[in-house]
Design a protein around this ligand. Sequence first.
Ligand code: SF4
Ligand code: SF4
Ligand code: SF4
Length: 268
Amino acid sequence: MKLKTAIIGLTGCFGCQVQFLNLEDELLDLLEVLDIVHFPLAKEENSDGPFDLALIEGSVSTSEQVKEVKEMREKSKKVVALGTCACFGNLQGISNFQSKEEVRRTVYGDAKLNYEAIDVAPIDRYIQVDHYVPGCPYDRGILIETLKYIALGKRPLRVDYCVCAECKLRENGCLLIEKGQPCMGPITRGGCGALCPSYNYTCEGCQGPSEDAAEVIDAYVKILKDKGISEDDILLKLRKFAPLYKPFLLKILKGSGPPKEVSKWKSR
Ligand code: SF4
Ligand code: SF4
Ligand code: SF4
């Protein structure tokens, strides 16, 4: 029996939903196991549920989205956080460092808009998530693997190593240690095959924090400082993980270690 599937987007760029449509070579095979009954970005007629599977793109950043994500959870047997926004909050979490009014005015000017902005958060701040597929957007192969495991009723494999592990496998020189560039590979979840360092660009953390980032971040920040990178620049880098760790980032830079929120980070 096919899995009745919903695909929705919260706050994001739609890239992870579009990435699903980009699965050209695999889409027909996927439709043998998934019955996509709700996908407002791509379909005119959409089911109200219930669903076997919900793929949720985007972070939660309004009170309306809190309701939306909770309703989707109630209607769905399994929930997948699709992409780094849903898994970790992603870049829009930078707005957690500014006042909501300032952000609204910067983005929308004087337009009157009827929404209540809240701190940007990953979806598991509000609901239980069964599986995570990080990436901005996610690697298509990893999504296919994840969906295969779900269709077989098994738990998908998790990437539990950082970008550096993949970078070493590719025998790249290290941009951080050898060139003093602020590469985020040591604290970033692998899965992309160390794409950016392989082309001589620093990793910018788009897969979200690695499983052991909380343990290694003190040492990582120390290396950055030893390389002459200022605290302001370090914060600019690390605040991409702000939806989870704003207090953590601020404390790290003051040298007082990680607060309790870190336990959430480690649980993924
Ligand atoms: S994870 Fe990246 S590609 Fe996906 S919705 Fe968010 S910003 Fe867009
Ligand atoms: S270049 Fe970046 S990802 Fe590669 S080993 Fe160095 S720090 Fe890690
Ligand atoms: S190297 Fe870093 S920034 Fe580049 S794709 Fe991988 S996780 Fe994203």
